[in-house]
Ligand binder design. Structure first.
Ligand SMILES: NC(=O)c1ccc[n+]([C@@H]2O[C@H](COP(=O)([O-])OP(=O)(O)OC[C@H]3O[C@@H](n4cnc5c(N)ncnc54)[C@H](O)[C@@H]3O)[C@@H](O)[C@H]2O)c1
Length: 180
C-alpha cells in the first residue's frame, strides 16, 4: 500500500512504495520498477553490441543508463526503443517500453564526453577481436574507452566486460597511471 507520495519519499530518502524517475524527478503509476535516490546510479555503457546493449537494457530498469555508440543512426533507433540487433528479450523489453508497460531509463548518445563525464560507473563492452595471425586480442577499443573515461571522469569506477587477456587490467593500470 502506498502511504506517501513518491516525491515525498524521495526527498526524505526513505524506501518508497511508489516509483521515481531519476531523469525527470517525477513519479508515474505506469512505472513498476522502484528507484530511490539512494540506490539509483548513473551508468555509462560503451558500446551497444550484444553484451553492452543487454547490460544497458537490464540496468536501465533500475538505474539511469547512458549507452554510447559511434553510429548516430543506431542512437536514433535505440532512443525510439528499436533494437538494432536481433534478441528476443531486448525486443520484448523495448516493445513493453513503447507500450508504456515497462520503464527503461535508457538514453543512447554519440556524445562521449557528456556520457563519460556524468557517470557514477562505466561499463566497457567494446569488441576485442582475436588476431589469428599475431595471436593477440585487439584491445584498442577498450583502451579508447579507458582513455575517454580518465580524461572526462578520472576517479570513476570502470568495469571491463570485454574479453581481455590475463594480466590486462594490471598492464592498463600501469599504462594509464599518470591519468588516474
Ligand atoms: N564478459 C562476458 O560475459 C562476455 C560475453 C560475451 C562476449 N564478451 C566480450 O564482450 C565484447 C563485446 O562483445 P559483443 O558480442 O557485444 O560484440 P559486438 O560485435 O556485438 O558489439 C561490439 C560493438 O562495438 C562497436 N564497435 C566496433 N568497433 C568499435 C570501436 N573501435 N570503439 C567502440 N565501439 C566499437 C560495434 O559497432 C558494436 O556495436 C567482446 O570483447 C566479447 O568478447 C564478454
Amino acid at each position: 500500500m502506498q502511504t506517501e507520495s513518491p516525491k515525498e519519499n524521495v526527498s526524505n530518502t526513505r524506501v518508497i512504495s511508489g516509483d521515481y524517475s531519476p531523469s525527470t524527478g517525477s513519479s508515474s503509476k505506469t512505472y513498476y520498477n522502484k528507484i530511490t535516490k539512494e540506490t539509483f546510479m548513473k551508468i555509462t555503457v560503451a558500446d551497444v553490441g550484444y553484451v553492452g546493449l543487454s547490460l544497458a537494457v537490464l540496468l536501465a530498469q533500475n538505474h539511469e543508463v547512458t549507452a554510447i555508440t559511434t553510429t548516430p543512426a543506431k542512437a536514433d533507433k535505440l532512443n525510439k526503443f528499436i533494437s538494432p540487433i536481433q534478441d528476443d528479450e531486448i525486443e520484448l523489453f523495448f516493445r513493453e517500453a513503447n507500450a508504456g508497460e515497462r520503464t527503461l531509463h535508457l538514453h543512447t548518445t554519440v556524445d562521449k564526453e557528456a556520457a563519460y563525464s556524468s557517470a557514477d560507473l562505466v561499463i566497457i563492452a567494446t569488441p576485442t577481436n582475436y588476431d589469428d595471425v599475431g595471436h593477440f586480442f585487439d584491445t584498442s577499443a577498450v583502451e579508447d574507452a579507458i582513455e575517454w573515461t580518465l580524461r572526462c571522469n578520472p576517479n570513476v569506477l570502470m568495469v571491463i566486460k570485454s574479453t581481455i587477456p590475463v594480466g590486462y587490467t594490471e598492464s592498463v593500470r600501469k599504462k594509464f597511471r599518470k591519468l588516474r
